[in-house]
Structure formats: structure tokens, C-alpha cells
Design a protein. Structure first.
Length: 175
């Protein structure tokens, strides 16, 4: 009996490890696409799915990766490197809020997390960017950190819901 429990525990740990590596691969590769309306939903969907399947800590760790990759691939201009910690925090906000609300209502979690991520990122990037860039350039960059963040997070939530629903249905079917 003990061997069965150990095997099941090891199998679960192995599955979670594989999922973690897969999600890390997605958020590492996605920024190389260099299109905000493709990268954003992919990364946000991965964060939502990670929070739902791996838990809060794993999802937060995954959320630290995309901004560094975005900077290194040129999606995020080098002059915006000071914004990276705020992007990381905004991803953590997304994960924490979603994780706290998803059991109550999945879409309440998605919408609340998306709005709070957007508000935090817009507010902090507006201040930081206005301090480091000329006014004309700052407006364009702040725009990139404004409503597109909300839209891409919401789209990511819809993608995550669809993916998790298919996964749940497939898993139930196989059992």
C-alpha cells in the first residue's frame, strides 16, 4: 500500500515538473514572436493556467521570465529595462488575484486580476517612463503599457479557460 502512495506521489511530482518546464518554455519562446497582441495573450494564458494547475508559487516564478526575454529579444526596448521589475510585479499581481478568486468564479478571477495588473502596470510605468524618456517617446511607450495590457490579459484568460476546460474534459474522459 505504501509503495502505491509513493508511486502516485512521485508520478504527481513528475507531472507537475513536466508542466512547469513546459510553461517555462512557452513564456521563454513567446516573446521572440515580438508581437504584443500575440505574446501578451500567450504569456497571460500561461500564467492563468500555471496558477490553476501548478499553484501560486510556480506561476509567480514563471511570471518572472517573460519580461527579461522581452528585453533580450527587443520586444521591450533596452531603455525600458527599469520597468522590468514592475512588469514582474504585475505578473505576480495577476497570479495572486486570480489564484485567490478562481474557485469563487473563474471569470471574476480573470477580470479582477487583469484589471489590477493593468492598473498597476499603467500607473508605475507612466511614472518611471516619464522620468527616463522624452515626452513624445514616453507617450508611445506608456500606450504600450496601458489598455493593450488589459486586453491581452483578458484574452489570455479566455484562452486559459478554454484550455483548462478541454483538459478537464479529456482527463475526466480518460478516467
Amino acid at each position: 500500500m505504501q509503495e502505491t502512495k509513493t508511486f502516485e506521489t512521485n508520478k504527481k511530482i513528475a507531472l507537475l515538473s513536466v508542466q512547469f518546464v513546459l510553461f517555462v518554455a512557452i513564456v521563454t519562446i513567446a516573446p521572440m514572436i515580438k508581437q504584443q497582441f500575440i505574446v501578451g495573450p500567450l504569456v497571460n494564458a500561461t500564467l492563468f493556467i500555471s496558477a490553476a494547475t501548478l499553484g501560486t508559487a510556480g506561476a509567480i516564478m514563471i511570471g518572472l521570465i517573460p519580461s527579461v526575454i522581452s528585453l533580450s529579444t527587443g520586444l521591450l526596448p533596452a531603455v525600458l529595462a527599469p520597468v522590468i521589475p514592475f512588469i514582474m510585479i504585475s505578473n505576480a499581481i495577476l497570479v495572486l488575484v486570480f489564484a485567490g478568486l478562481k474557485k469563487r468564479n473563474f471569470f471574476l478571477g480573470v477580470v479582477s486580476a487583469s484589471v489590477l495588473k493593468y492598473l498597476f502596470l499603467y500607473a508605475t510605468s507612466s511614472v518611471v517612463i516619464s522620468l527616463i524618456l522624452k515626452k513624445e517617446v514616453a507617450k508611445q511607450v506608456v500606450l504600450m503599457m496601458s489598455w493593450p495590457q488589459l486586453v491581452t490579459a483578458l484574452i489570455g484568460g479566455v484562452i486559459a479557460y478554454s484550455f483548462l476546460r478541454v483538459l478537464r474534459h479529456k482527463t475526466a474522459y480518460e478516467d
